[in-house]
Every structure is written in structure tokens, then in C-alpha cells.
Ligand binder design. Structure first.
Ligand code: ACO
Length: 320
């Protein structure tokens, strides 16, 4: 018998502190008008000093587990997508496992930057389809505020902190219809954090740098291509999509992607105005938002799309 994964519960967490565009006006030479008109962002959440990615992941996971009516003890595998792990090692997934108070499951991180959640969900789905596991926790958690140059107005206005999680369970019917992952390492120079921190010691420049225009064009192209690929693989028309959840980097990238798919913006979930770009957390945060406010309902077809540094990109079609 073929086995599939279905999303049994979603959860998310945003740190309490909100940093608005107006707040940023006092830090760098920028304006609410510039940021909003170029990106659609009005505000972002910032983790407290004592909060790390695993803390955000834990709170999002508890909410997803509760929504799925699943005990932490039932989890067979934990995958955390993050670019801002607590430490070089142990992985944030192992730290999360300990915080969940469980021991008997494998746990590992996935590093695919803003495509991280799509990569992690695709990986989890393969483990599920192989029949090895029944319940998998997949999390995207980021504290980008830690890797930003707060004096660089071209990047610091774009990002925020947060976490989102889903509980996947084995199902006789899909669930996840298919996943489509890509990478092209030759574009590393247009978006990177070319350094690291370990034990408080810095090597290189461990802060985000980006060529905004080049990233913009690349993102619009590959998000369009991979959406077509996912639909063709399932012999589905664009009109079959009930909801599009693209990575939340910039409203203009999102609008361009929706236009290519012929989807009205009413069918696109957007949180970029309130969350800014939370990298690997943006898709599960948007998914949870729309599940909880009742827009996304059981039986509907959802397209998740990620793109990020690497470059990496991918799409997943899910029947909720
Ligand atoms: N406030 C005010 N002015 C600014 C700011 C700011 N925060 N940042 C840049 N400027 C200035 C620039 O210095 C430039 O001034 P100049 O003309 O005197 O040189 C001017 O505004 C225009 O700059 P551009 O970079 O040309 O502005 P653009 O319209 O391209 O918008 C942006 C820049 C918003 C970064 C856009 O390129 C973009 O959204 N790119 C996608 C990047 C992205 O979303 N990255 C997220 C990570 S990747 C991912 O998640 C896939």
C-alpha cells in the first residue's frame, strides 16, 4: 500500500518585540514610505536577547503538536530548517528535541536558507513515503536579527525573527502530492553571510550581504518555473490552486509570481507586511496564519514555494 504524508497540525510563534519602519527611521537613513513601497513591509518581530532559534522553534512546535493532538513522545523524527542555528553544533533540532523533553527520535537541521522549510518538508515526506516513520515534526525557525548589519539600510530593513512548525502524519491518501527541489551554487555571491561565529570568535564577516536587484530577478524567474513544474508533474491546471504560499521576501516578488500563475492576490497568503522576511520560517508562519484564521480549509490545494541563498528553490503541492 502506498503511504503519504498529510499535515495534521500547524503552529507558529513570533517574538513579542515589534520593530516598525518608523522605529528604523531613527536607526538608519530610511523611511516607512521607502520600505513599504519597495517591499510591502511595515514591521517585523525581533527575538529577545535570551531567545534563540530553538526557543522560537519550541513554542511553534507546541502549538503545532496541540493542533494535531499529538504528544511529543509520538514524534519519530525532527527536522529543523534554520540559517541561524543556536550553535555550530549540536544542531538546533537536537536542542529542540531536548527542550521538548523527548529522547527517542532522530533529529537534524537542514540548511537551505529561505528555501529551508520547503527542503525540510520535502525530506520529511520522503521518509514518510518510505514507510519508516509515522509522525514527523518539521520546523522553520530563524533569528535573522543576529546576522544583520544594523547600519546597512539596504538589508536591515528587510528581515525579521519567527518560527513556524507542522506535524506530518502518515496517511492513505495524499497529503503532500509532490515536491520539487533545485539548487544552483554558482550564484552564491549575490546573497550570502560570508563568515561565521564559533565560541564567540568571528571569522570573515558573519553578516548578511545582498545584491537586491539580482536576487529580485532570480527569485521571480525560478518561482514561476518551479510552480509550472509542480503543476505539470501532477497534471493540474493553474486554476486548481486554492492558495499560493510563496516565501515572504518582498510583496513585489510575490505579486510577480502570482501574475505568472494567473492567480488573483486574493488567493495568495501574504504576511510580509507584518513579519518581513523570516527566511526558513516565513512559509510555515504564513501557512499557520491562514489555517488559524479559517482561510485554508481541509481538502483545499495549497502550493508552497521557497527561494533563497545558495541559490536554492523549490515547490510543494499539498492537499490539506
Ligand atoms: N531606505 C532608503 N533608501 C534606501 C534603502 C532604505 N532602506 N535601501 C537602499 N536605499 C537606496 C539605495 O541606496 C539607492 O539609492 P541611490 O539611487 O542613491 O544609489 C536607492 O534606494 C534605490 O536602491 P535599489 O537597490 O535600486 O532599490 P530597489 O528598488 O531595487 O529595491 C530592494 C531594493 C527592496 C532590496 C529590492 O531590490 C528587493 O526587494 N530585492 C529582493 C531582495 C530580497 O527580497 N531579498 C531577501 C532575501 S532573498 C530571499 O529571501 C529570496
Amino acid at each position: 500500500m502506498t503511504v503519504y504524508s498529510r499535515i495534521a497540525g500547524t503552529g507558529s510563534y513570533l517574538p513579542a518585540k515589534v520593530l516598525t519602519n518608523r522605529d528604523l527611521e531613527t536607526r538608519v537613513k530610511t523611511s516607512d514610505e521607502w520600505i513599504y513601497s519597495r517591499t510591502g513591509i511595515r514591521q517585523r518581530h525581533i527575538a529577545a536577547e535570551n531567545q534563540s532559534a530553538s526557543d522560537l522553534a519550541l513554542l511553534a512546535s507546541h502549538r503545532a503538536l496541540e493542533a494535531a493532538s499529538v504528544n511529543p513522545e509520538s514524534i519519530n523524527l525532527i527536522i529543523v530548517a534554520t540559517t541561524t542555528p543556536d550553535m555550530v553544533f549540536p544542531s538546533t533540532a537536537c536542542i529542540l528535541q531536548a527542550k521538548l523533553g523527548i529522547k527517542n527520535c532522530p533529529a537534524f537541521d537542514v540548511q537551505a536558507v529561505c528555501s529551508g522549510f520547503v527542503y525540510a518538508l520535502a525530506t520529511a515526506d520522503q521518509f514518510m513515503r518510505s514507510g519508516q516513520y509515522q509522525t514527523i515534526l518539521v520546523v522553520g525557525a530563524e533569528v535573522y536579527s543576529r546576522i544583520l548589519d544594523w547600519e546597512d539600510r539596504t538589508t536591515c530593513v528587510l528581515f525579521g525573527d519567527g518560527a513556524g512548525a507542522v506535524v506530518l502524519q502518515r496517511s492513505d491518501v495524499p497529503g503532500i502530492l509532490s515536491s520539487h527541489l533545485h539548487a544552483d551554487g554558482s550564484h552564491a555571491d549575490i546573497l550570502s553571510v560570508p563568515g561565521g561565529v564559533s565560541g564567540g570568535k568571528i571569522s570573515g564577516r558573519p553578516l548578511l550581504q545582498m545584491e537586491g536587484n539580482a536576487v529580485f530577478k532570480f527569485a521571480v524567474r525560478v518561482l514561476g518555473e518551479v510552480a509550472e513544474e509542480a503543476l505539470a508533474a501532477n497534471q493540474l491546471e493553474k486554476s486548481a490552486i486554492d492558495w499560493l504560499i510563496p516565501h515572504q521576501a518582498n510583496i513585489r516578488i510575490i505579486q510577480a509570481t502570482a501574475r505568472k500563475l494567473g492567480l488573483p492576490m486574493e488567493k495568495v497568503i501574504t504576511t510580509v507586511d507584518r513579519h518581513a522576511n523570516t527566511s526558513a520560517a516565513s512559509i510555515p508562519l504564513a501557512l499557520d496564519t491562514a489555517v488559524r484564521d479559517g482561510r485554508i480549509r481541509a481538502g483545499q490545494l495549497v502550493m508552497l514555494e521557497g527561494v533563497g541563498g545558495g541559490f536554492t528553490w523549490g515547490a510543494i503541492l499539498v492537499r490539506m
